[in-house]
Design a binder for this molecule. Structure first.
Ligand SMILES: *Cc1c(COP(=O)(O)O)cnc(C)c1O
Length: 355
């Protein structure tokens, strides 16, 4: 049913990618006079005078081991944003094709669609933030190329039922993008283990959340070797810089630290949830499998403004589909969470005094 050749844009199929100097000669040793680099070194301390590895082989080799996949099934980009943009440029014909998103969800899919002049079709999640399968399937038309599913979903924090994801994978001849930016904060398994069963599956993950490396800008995509080959054809040749590659590799070597910090964040999340339950103007605390919590409040704007006045910034999501009155709170350190809940309790007291 899924035919990669059929859904790839003709200009991409015919594209002759830029061949960098480092693509042509693979060795590490020699006198490199092929890329117009500065053989004298960098102006500052450190060795940044050479272009980085275009395919980030060292990082991918280590990552493949951790994710139980192969380097050829991995794309690394300048944040997940780059992978999202490449999906549009590879598979969606501007002004003709469309994609499906499931609000409330991550805003970048729609922004990237708009930049690429691709129509967005919205099929809202149900009240319990799960996909409306019948509606999604009936919304698919001949020009639908991508369906974005975020699990755990931002901003609702819940996992999407994997049976639903697989139903969509089986009933759609385009690409299903499963964004797992927050997968490390849940006990559920990544859908990476099903990559071999679904040639139309693209999984996004990131170094920005559980790995604590948002500033390095490294996103990952996992897919069939054929899809990854298309990604690599489109990406700028040197899209992940040397420092980011080196530090990502270093981070991957500290898997135990990664796991212990991730566990700590989950512990803090559960503690924070308990304290938030005591606050009267928080009407609902949604289940979270992520490093943030969505809460429904009686007056999101007022609470948001109060917190800002105390230099505590949360995300006001109250204007978003199905998120009336909602604030999204990132789990902080124990101390940060204490300050947050302390201020919320003070605010509660002033409300009570006004009554
Ligand atoms: C934070 C986040 C990302 C990560 O984006 P990067 O560009 O890799 O920093 C991706 N998807 C979702 C849903 C997110 O919330």
């Amino acid at each position: 049913m899924f035919d990669l050749n059929k859904i790839t844009r003709n200009n991409i199929k015919n594209l002759v990618p830029y061949s960098s100097a480092r693509d042509e000669f693979k060795g590490n040793e020699g006198i490199f006079l092929d890329a117009n680099e500065n053989s004298f070194g960098s102006v500052i301390e450190g060795n940044f005078n050479r272009y980085p590895d275009p395919l980030q082989k060292a990082v991918k080799t280590k990552l493949a081991e951790i994710k139980k996949t192969f380097a050829d099934n991995i794309f690394l980009g300048n944040g997940s944003d780059e992978a999202i943009d490449i999906l549009f440029r590879a598979f969606c014909e501007p002004g003709i094709d469309n994609v499906i998103v499931l609000p409330p969800t991550y805003g970048m899919y729609e922004v990237s669609a708009n930049i690429n002049n691709i129509e967005i079709q919205k099929v809202n999640l149900t009240q319990d933030f799960q996909p409306n399968l019948d509606k999604i399937i009936s919304t698919i038309n001949a020009n639908t190329k991508l369906i974005f599913i975020c699990s755990p979903n931002n901003p609702t924090a819940n996992l999407i039922d994997v049976k639903s994801i697989e139903h969509i994978l089986r009933n759609f001849s385009g690409i299903v993008v499963v964004d797992e930016a927050y997968i490390d904060f849940t006990d559920d398994k990544s859908i990476i283990e099903k990559l071999d069963f679904y040639p139309n599956l693209v999984i996004l993950q990131t170094f920005s959340k559980a790995w604590g490396l948002a500033g390095l800008r490294i996103g990952m995509a996992f897919a069939s070797k054929e899809i990854i080959r298309i990604f690599n054809k489109i990406k700028p040749p040197y899209n992940v810089n040397i420092l980011s590659q080196e530090l990502a590799l270093k981070a991957l070597g500290q898997h135990e630290k990664f796991q212990s910090v991730t566990r700590q964040i989950v512990t803090e999340r559960e503690k924070l949830k308990e304290v938030l339950k005591e606050i009267s103007f928080i009407n609902e605390i949604y289940p979270s499998d992520a490093n943030f919590i969505l809460v429904k409040t009686s007056d999101a704007q007022k609470i948001y403004d109060y917190l800002v006045s105390k230099k505590i910034i949360v995300r006001n999501r109250s204007k978003i589909t199905l998120c009336d009155g909602c604030l999204r709170i990132t789990v902080g350190t124990e101390n940060e969470n204490k300050q947050l809940t302390g201020e919320l309790k003070l605010f509660e007291k002033t409300l009570n005094e006004q009554v």
